[in-house]
Write a protein that binds this ligand. Structure first.
Ligand code: PHE
Length: 449
């Protein structure tokens, strides 16, 4: 346990919240959430999503933070220190999931970087014809080297922040970028809501229409909740291990989940009014942000400003998330393989940038490389969201509920105060409700139920 004394910690309560919120708030909130909600009935989906966050997401985030802060280890070391050697396996699933997610996340993050540069240099915003934007997006993502250049750029930016360290790199970056993100988001949401016809978009987003909800919407909502909160793969365990010992884990988890949900809602309030104002289909899918929004921006006054702000917002959101994925892998290699932090970071960067390049090529010239019918990009998304994250989440619940010492767990929630409100309920959820629900959903997802 010599690790315990030497381990760096985040500055304090606000830093812990900002850094963890930086991981949670990402492309999942601003790029993925609006189109998934659009495809699944808008307001009704929002209600199911919030229930998933409260019932499943929050207890699991509390568990992950507690496992990290009690063990002061990376995701693999944490399970091993608090449980038995064999539990370390959960950590390995998480590290694998982090590598695979970072592989395709870097690609989409690279797209946001290229769109920011295009917005700033004005050639994105001149055209208002949606088919122009569709064609240029499709040509760009299938291009043999341009998207790889941008995803590698993103990997290098992430690398630099990681090498600067937990305090000087991750904490400092989050403290600057998160407030900036909130300011941009609020400006853009207000602007969008004031657009002519925008109210219709707000109505779509906030009025529940349960006729559009299917059992699969519930699965989608849960998967979205886990991905958006960055749970089920040890990222929050790694960050929890950098909390100061007196950090109140329960409050931190509530605040991070609230911020994450608020940002997803603001993203909805930003995207849907704009989409409705331009008379575009809200269920446009993953291209919503890259095709629909640029064509809307181009028809507005100050188009260059709005478009640049929007894509810069996506870059910031993506960067604070790639940092957290990278840190989970780097901390594991540094502590378990006894590499220097710099070497661990280098291996992580090279490995994930190569995977990113492969994922990017699979949208163009390597489209014929298929795994179970999916190209590499889609396969990475599918395997992580539908297999690794649910398994990791379920095992983490079981570990926290059945194996994690009750007193140690309880003492993380509110280190210096008694009694511990809701501890019994949280532990009950982790022991029974969460694993059973995840198992049912997992089997259903695989078509076994
Ligand atoms: N939560 C991030 C998002 O919403 C993605 C992420 C998943 C980050 C898992 C870290 C770990 O975009």
């Amino acid at each position: 346990m010599e690790n315990t004394q030497k381990r760096v910690t985040f500055g304090g309560k606000i830093s812990a919240v900002l850094v963890a919120a930086g991981s949670a708030v990402g492309l999942g909130n601003i790029w993925r959430f609006p189109y998934v909600a659009g495809e699944n009935g808008g307001g009704a989906f929002l209600i199911i999503y919030i229930l998933c966050i409260l019932i499943m997401g929050l207890p699991l985030m509390i568990a992950e933070f507690s496992i990290g802060s009690a063990s002061r280890h990376n995701a693999v070391g944490a399970f091993r220190t608090l449980g038995h050697r064999r539990w370390g396996g959960i950590g390995y699933i998480g590290i694998l999931a982090s590598v695979l997610i970072l592989g395709f996340y870097l690609v989409v993050a690279g797209w946001t970087a290229e769109y920011t540069i295009h917005s700033l240099t004005d050639d994105l915003v001149r055209q208002s014809d949606p088919t122009f934007h569709q064609r240029s997006f499709e040509a760009f993502i299938a291009h043999p080297w341009k998207p790889i250049f941008y995803s590698t750029l993103f990997a290098v930016a992430t690398h630099i922040i990681i090498v600067l360290g937990v305090k000087q790199g991750i904490e400092r970056a989050s403290k600057v970028m998160m407030p900036l993100l909130f300011i941009f988001l609020i400006i853009l949401a207000i602007h969008s809501m004031l657009m002519p016809g925008g109210m219709e978009g707000i109505r779509f987003f906030l009025t529940p229409d349960f006729s559009k909800v299917t059992p699969s919407s519930v699965l989608v909502a849960l998967g979205q909740a886990f991905f958006s909160l960055s749970i089920g793969l040890g990222t929050m365990i790694t960050y929890g291990s950098y909390f100061k010992p007196k950090t109140r884990v329960q409050d931190t988890a509530i605040e991070v989940s609230a911020i994450d949900t608020m940002v997803a809602m603001l993203a909805g309030l930003m995207v849907f009014p704009a989409v409705f104002s331009a008379g575009i289909e809200p269920g446009a899918g993953p291209s919503l942000v890259f095709i629909t929004l640029p064509s809307i921006f181009s028809s507005m006054p100050l188009s260059q400003l709005w478009s640049s702000l929007f894509f810069l917002l996506l870059v910031i959101a993506a960067l604070t998330s790639t940092i957290s994925l990278h840190e989970a892998i780097t901390a594991y290699m540094h502590e378990e393989w006894k590499l220097t932090r710099r070497s661990a970071a280098c291996i992580t960067t090279v490995l994930t940038a190569l995977l990113g390049a492969l994922a990017s090529l699979s949208l163009g010239i390597l489209d014929h490389w298929r795994i179970a019918g999916l190209n590499i990009f889609d396969a990475l998304d599918y395997v992580t969201a539908n297999i690794l994250l649910p398994i990791g989440a379920m095992l983490t619940c079981l570990f926290a509920g059945w194996c994690f010492d009750k007193q140690t767990f309880a003492s993380q929630l509110y280190p210096s105060c008694q009694p511990k409100p809701f501890f019994g309920l949280i532990r009950f959820m982790l022991r029974f409700c969460c694993p059973i629900i995840i198992l049912l959903i997992f089997l259903h997802n695989l078509g076994l139920l």
